[in-house]
Design a binder for this molecule. Structure first.
Ligand SMILES: [Zn+2]
Length: 164
C-alpha cells in the first residue's frame, strides 16, 4: 500500500505538534514506568504528524501499476473493504479487551490497553485516511468534521462509494 503525506499545515502548526509530541515522550519518561510505553507511542505519533506537516494518505489503488480505467472501480472496492473492516473492528476488539484487561495488573493496564487497541486503531486510520481513486485527495472529510457526516461520497469530488 502506497502512503503519501499530505502537507496540510503550514510550518508552525506542524512544529508545534512535533514539539508537543516530544514533550509527551519526555513527560512520560519522567513519570511512572507504566506510562512510558503509552507516552512514547502517542508522543511519537504526534511528533511524526508534526514533522511531516499533516496526516498520511493511504492510496486506495496502486496507481503506478494499475491502468487508469481500473482506478475508480478498484479504488472504490478497496475503500468499501476498509470501511467494513473499520466498522467490524470495535466488535472484535471489545470481547478481546473484556477478556484480557480484567486479568492485567493495574500497573500494566495502560500499556496492554494500547497494545490491544493499536491494530484496530490502525484499521480505522487506514480507512479514514484513504485516498479517493478519482481526485487523489482524502475520500473522507478528514480534519473537517461536519454535522451530517457522509462517509459514502468523496469529500472533494463527490464520487459515490457505490458509483462503480
Ligand atoms: Zn474524490
Amino acid at each position: 500500500m502506497h502512503v503519501t503525506w499530505e502537507r496540510t499545515w503550514s510550518r508552525w502548526p506542524g512544529v508545534a505538534c512535533a514539539l508537543f509530541g516530544l514533550a509527551n515522550i519526555i513527560g512520560a519518561l519522567a513519570g511512572p514506568a507504566e506510562l512510558w510505553f503509552p507516552g512514547i507511542v502517542i508522543g511519537s505519533v504526534r511528533a511524526a504528524i508534526g514533522l511531516k506537516g499533516g496526516l498520511p494518505l493511504f492510496e486506495s489503488v496502486p496507481r503506478a501499476v494499475v491502468p487508469g480505467t481500473e482506478w475508480i472501480p478498484r479504488g472504490l472496492r478497496s475503500i468499501r473493504r476498509r470501511r467494513i473492516a473499520a466498522s467490524l473492528s470495535p466488535l472484535i476488539w471489545l470481547p478481546i479487551a473484556a477478556i484480557i484487561l480484567p486479568r492485567v495488573p493495574e500497573t500494566l493496564l495502560a500499556t496492554i490497553f494500547l497494545l490491544t487497541a493499536l491494530p484496530f486503531v490502525a484499521v480505522c486510520a487506514i480507512w479514514g485516511l484513504s485516498g479517493c481513486p478519482r481526485c487523489g485527495g482524502y475520500f473522507n472529510p478528514v480534519l473537517r468534521p461536519r454535522f451530517s457526516l457522509s462517509m459514502s461520497r468523496c469529500d472533494k469530488c463527490d464520487l459515490g462509494i457505490h458509483d462503480a
